[in-house]
Design a protein around this ligand. Structure first.
Ligand SMILES: Cc1cc2nc3c(=O)[nH]c(=O)nc-3n(C[C@H](O)[C@H](O)[C@H](O)COP(=O)(O)OP(=O)(O)OC[C@H]3O[C@@H](n4cnc5c(N)ncnc54)[C@H](O)[C@@H]3O)c2cc1C
Length: 391
């Protein structure tokens, strides 16, 4: 029998194919080379310098729109996409957010609901990282309840659309070449593919964030943005459009959150083995071992859950309620693991010299975006009882 492997105590790697391991190694190596040495500095300055170059490199390793097929996308499996998310978020949630928004939100919306012209026009350039995309759903006054959005697209006499409104907290907004914007129309909510150089479009960056600092977050301002008739995503009307994109992105978060947790867990184990108090390593104290054991249990249960959901997605059997289950559990447990790691590192736990506080604060955003804890509890509560408690 193989010896116990502290890095993979449940033997989850046995479930992976050689191609899965190859994807994981490629993304891990890229993140180790291009993100890890610099990310604390980016985080401290609250900037993601070189984001366009990073996007091109991510395109080069096939990480953008990874699980989509055709149009220059890698056509990877859901499990492979999940492994990539985990490795990216092990470096920083901001980098995983860049990739999630590009692939699972902006590209996914165009791939699933776009016309052939929209797909040909945007997807190959987005897959290569030449064009960065963003996804505008949330508004200043409408977050968890996007059905109440105010952004409005009106048809004028010539058939053009004219968009007015505000979107808030939009990842990649200020650096995007294209925005997928959801708006009310007289036929219900529709998605629009908006080139960001259109007159009336602007995307001021949101500053003073204390979470996801190595990520671009913006407001989208739409003042009489005129778009041609074919700017609308033709294949969907209603909230199911954005919600199905969110379901895809949330799936990536189920994996990604465990990456942040893994990094904090590893930092805690290393620290516990070397930091001495009362004449011996703190890892030798039973209370520290109890923390580490509980962290390991939740970390690997979470990875196993992500893997299970990935297999269901690959089989075309993943339900949105199951994605809610995964996001609710894994982000909540990941934040708990990071906070416990913080205690093991003592005062050093709050220092940017270690990755723990950065990951813990990043996860505060991950806990809120793509559906808050409460929204996923309500999704599951409704599925369990048949009673809708949203309002
Ligand atoms: C860094 C970052 C990046 C983001 N990126 C994007 C992006 O790219 N695109 C995008 O569209 N959005 C993005 N968001 C927005 C995010 O999706 C929203 O913040 C989220 O949906 C919650 O909306 P809200 O902040 O308006 O909170 P609210 O909806 O105002 O909720 C506030 C609190 O009330 C609770 N609550 C609300 N309704 C109920 C209810 N019925 N029952 C019980 N509790 C309830 C919520 O759970 C929460 O705890 C991003 C957010 C952040 C922080």
């Amino acid at each position: 029998m193989a010896p116990f492997d502290p890095a993979d105590p449940l033997g989850i790697d046995d479930l992976l194919e050689p191609e899965d391991l190859a994807v994981r190694e490629t993304v891990r190596a890229w993140a180790g080379d291009r993100v890890l040495p610099y990310v604390a500095e980016w985080y401290e300055s609250g900037e993601l310098p070189g984001i366009r170059e990073l996007a091109r490199e991510l395109g080069g390793i096939g990480a953008l729109g990874m699980s989509l097929s055709g149009y220059g996308c890698a056509g990877a499996s859901a499990v492979q996409y999940g492994l990539a998310c985990l490795e990216l978020e092990a470096a920083d949630s901001g980098i995983r957010s860049l990739v999630s928004v590009q692939g699972s939100l902006a590209m996914y919306a165009i791939h699933r609901f776009g016309s052939e012209e929209q797909k040909q026009g945007w997807l190959p350039r987005m897959a290569s990282g030449e064009v960065i995309g963003c996804f505008g759903l949330t508004e200043p006054d409408h977050g968890s309840d996007p059905a109440a959005m105010r952004t409005y697209a009106k048809r004028d006499a010539g058939g053009d659309w004219v968009l007015n409104g505000r979107k808030m907290w939009i990842t990649n907004g200020s650096v995007a070449g294209v925005a997928v914007v959801w708006a009310q129309t007289e036929d219900g909510i529709r998605g629009f593919v908006v080139p960001t150089d259109r007159p009336g479009f602007s995307a001021p960056e949101i500053k003073h964030k204390w979470s996801l600092r190595a990520s671009v977050t913006s407001e989208l301002v739409l003042d009489d943005v005129r778009l041609p008739a074919d700017a609308v995503l033709p294949e969907v009307t209603g909230l199911k459009g954005p919600l199905s994109c969110l379901s895809h992105a949330r799936y990536g978060i189920v994996w990604g959150a465990m990456g942040a947790a893994r990094t904090c867990f590893e930092a805690a184990v290393d620290y516990a083995k070397t930091r001495e108090q009362f004449g011996r390593p703190i890892g030798g104290f039973q209370l520290t071992q109890a923390k580490l054991a509980d962290m390991a249990v939740e970390l690997h249960k979470g990875i196993l859950l992500a893997h299970h959901l990935g297999r269901r997605m690959d089989a075309g059997r993943l339900r949105p309620e199951q994605v809610s289950f995964g996001k609710l559990n894994n982000v909540r447990e990941a934040i708990d693991i990071c906070r416990t790691a913080r205690t093991i590192l003592g005062a050093n736990g709050i220092s940017l010299e270690y990755p723990v506080m950065r990951h813990a604060t990043n996860l505060e955003s991950v806990l809120t975006y793509e559906g808050t804890v409460e929204m996923h509890q309500l999704v599951l509560g409704k599925a369990l009882t048949g009673l809708d408690a949203f309002r």
